[in-house]
Write a protein that binds this ligand. Structure first.
Ligand code: PLP
Length: 395
């Protein structure tokens, strides 16, 4: 009774978010004994031990308090140095960097601080759909800019241009991209930067997958191009590269004037990020990139396995230059993306996600290679058998 009163009285914003395919698949997967989960974006690897030790040590030393709302000064200094070293970006640690509870909190703070009702936000699609809710909750309108398998799902400047209207305020650039693994090449990124300058747009650059990048590529931050500092907000974090999803640790960097506008909202939401967690972040940034090299080598081996198995199945995909995902085209099986995932769950006990969970990804599925190689091999062999039978059925 009281529940129905409350659910009736939920806001229009809350009612606009029905449970989706992801939740239904997760519920169906529960209780399958030999299930192999390749559905989530949560690394199966452990957080490197020197990072864990730093947090334990910090707790022992009494790092159990609120910190400055923007994060520990020492950590902001280390983030500022990292942004300079890795990305060629200059942000003042005193006034232009905020440590957040994951990139997720940074996204929320940024959109609430940036959007007025009706403002349009462009994002390459398929995409990480938390952006939809963040933008909608802030009163804005998310506009999908389609990307295509023939371009390896790289966001095309021409396509972006076609979606710009007088109401467009923001472009979200996510490279490497979840769920497609697309890495936007430097020249394309520069064209997008020039477009943002020409059309006077703000750019939110989500660089959470920057370190998980393959084939000798180097990540480029769009904020590093001339004229971009003043219109860019850089989001980054520790979840993916350092297997730290549960630590909830990220940051944003932007010019001082905008950061000042974010202050009260960030403070109201969480006051500050967990104290000992911030000490762990400091250990990440001062500990060198050796652990990253190991992680990337592990992911690369898995990525190659998934690609070669898909090749054997005769299924195509956008080339994943980064991330821990392969976005595969299942249209030859004659199924929708959701039907394919349901059938695969039932027939092969492998959980993957339909492309439709990530916007207009019909015809595609996201395979996260976040299981040990041996397990991944078993999953891909099971998938091969299932796909072969679907292909025979649809012939
Ligand atoms: N941005 C993208 C593109 C993501 O894929 C994710 C998580 O999957 C996030 C942000 C959220 O990251 P965090 O764990 O730092 O909140």
């Amino acid at each position: 009774m009281s529940e129905s009163i409350l659910s009736q009285r939920a806001s229009r914003r809350a009612k606009a978010v029905p449970p989706g395919e992801r939740e239904r698949l997760l519920a169906l997967a529960e209780g399958i004994p030999d299930l192999i989960k390749l559905g989530r974006g949560d690394p199966d690897l452990d957080t490197p031990s020197h990072i864990v030790e730093a947090a334990v040590e910090a707790l022992r030393k009494g790092y159990t308090h609120y910190t400055h709302w923007a994060g520990m000064g020492e950590l902001r200094q280390a983030i500022s140095e990292k942004l300079k070293r890795d990305n060629g970006l200059s942000y003042d640690p005193g006034t232009e960097i905020v440590v957040t509870t994951g990139v997720q909190e940074a996204m929320y703070v940024v959109f609430q601080s940036l959007l007025n009702p009706g403002d349009e936000v462009l994002i390459g699609d398929p995409h990480y759909t938390a952006y939809d809710f963040m933008v909608t909750f802030a009163g804005g309108k998310i506009i999908y800019v389609p990307t295509d398998e023939k371009d390896d799902f790289v966001l095309q400047p021409q396509s972006l241009l076609e979606h710009i209207t007088p109401k467009t305020k923001v472009v979200v650039v996510v490279t490497p991209n979840n769920p497609t693994g697309a890495v936007i090449p430097r020249e394309t990124l520069e064209e997008i930067a020039n477009l943002a300058i020409e059309k006077d747009l703000v750019v939110i650059s989500d660089e959470i997958y920057e370190k998980i990048i393959f084939d000798g590529r180097r990540h480029v931050s769009i904020a590093s191009f001339p004229g971009m500092y003043e219109r860019s907000i850089v989001l980054n974090g520790f979840s993916k590269a350092y297997s730290m999803t549960g630590w909830r640790l990220g940051y944003m960097a932007a010019p001082e004037g905008f950061i000042k506008k974010c202050r009260m909202l960030k403070y109201t939401l969480t006051i500050s990020v967990h104290h000992a967690t911030q000490a762990a972040a400091l250990a990440v940034l001062t500990g060198g990139d050796e652990c990253i090299r190991k992680t990337v080598a592990i992911y690369d081996e898995r990525r190659r396995l998934v690609m070669s198995k898909l090749d054997e199945m005769g299924l195509t995909y956008g080339y994943p230059g980064g991330t821990m995902y392969v976005f595969a085209n299942i249209t030859p099986t004659g199924r929708t993306a959701y039907e394919f995932c349901l059938d695969l769950l039932r027939d092969a006990h492998v959980l993957i996600m339909p492309g439709t969970v990530y916007g207009n990804g019909e015809g595609y599925v996201r395979i996260s290679f976040l299981a040990p190689l041996e397990q991944l091999e078993v999953a891909m062999d099971r998938m091969t058998r299932a796909v072969r039978s679907y292909l025979r059925g649809s012939a």
